[in-house]
Ligand binder design. Structure first.
Ligand SMILES: NC(=O)c1ccc[n+]([C@@H]2O[C@H](COP(=O)([O-])OP(=O)(O)OC[C@H]3O[C@@H](n4cnc5c(N)ncnc54)[C@H](O)[C@@H]3O)[C@@H](O)[C@H]2O)c1
Length: 221
């Protein structure tokens, strides 16, 4: 077990995490790392594949897991996701806002639709999930929220202006909420991801997994 990993399953066995955008990619890897640590999971995604991911993670790691399928950029789906987790597990300890992804284009090639999609996928999914889950976390006086941001906000990566506007909003939301909810022991982190294309993930798997371990480790601090 790497030194960034949660100590053992006992530490997180009674914990419940929601991971948005968990059907694929980085979100699925986060689910796997949490499940390995024994965390119960509610995996949410707009894609049908979320059911298969939830079932395979549960079977492989012998954890309780469920799924919610819906467009989390809409308030009603954020609320329904939260209600599903409470109905299934009775509480929510951790929220990982990973749903997102860019429509990466030169700024002037964006249309109103691609701009809206970019903000919806990255910023509104995060806002509505936080808005739905925070009252529960405040009520139980405990919570951990990890919002997946992007390092391109800092570097100004080429053709990423619209995506950076969305992820910049995610970073700003996180720092604002961290201050606002500090007294209710709801800790919030914004994780600044650098580029991980799927081909790079395959080639640099150990580096990628160390980064995921760093994320998941922060949940228990
Ligand atoms: N891959 C990279 O290079 C990179 C770099 C920096 C940041 N990030 C961020 O990391 C996160 C994961 O990226 P990834 O590369 O695994 O992307 P991905 O496209 O493989 O996965 C994103 C997941 O989010 C889901 N999703 C998108 N919009 C949704 C919505 N409205 N409602 C519900 N689910 C929705 C998708 O269906 C998908 O399963 C994203 O937030 C992304 O912006 C990725």
């Amino acid at each position: 077990m790497g030194k960034n990993r949660p100590a053992d399953r006992a530490q997180s066995a009674d914990k419940v995490a929601i991971v948005t955008g968990g059907a694929n990619g980085i979100g699925k890897e986060i689910c796997i790392r949490l499940a390995e640590a024994g965390t119960c999971l509610l995996i949410a995604d707009v894609q049908e594949q979320v059911q298969e991911t939830a079932e395979s993670v549960a079977a492989q790691f012998e954890v309780a897991s469920d799924f919610y399928m819906g467009d989390l950029s809409r308030e009603e789906h954020g609320l329904a996701m939260m209600e599903r987790a409470i109905a299934r597990f009775g509480k929510i300890d951790v929220l990982v806002n990973n749903a997102g992804g860019g429509v990466i284009l030169p700024f002037l090639e964006h249309t109103s639709e691609t701009l809206k999609t970019t903000i919806d996928r990255n910023l509104w999914t995060t806002i509505w999930a936080c808005h739905a889950v925070l009252p529960h976390m405040v009520g139980q006086n405990f919570g951990r929220i990890i919002n997946i941001g992007a390092d391109s906000v800092r570097t100004g990566l080429y053709n990423h202006a619209a995506y950076n506007a969305a992820k910049g909003g995610v970073h700003a939301l996180t720092t604002g909420l961290a201050r606002e909810f500090v007294d209710s022991l709801v800790h919030q982190e914004s994780i600044y991801l650098i580029i991980f294309q799927n081909s790079v993930i395959k080639k640099c798997r150990s580096v990628f997994l160390r980064k995921i371990d760093h994320f998941t480790n922060q949940i228990w601090i």
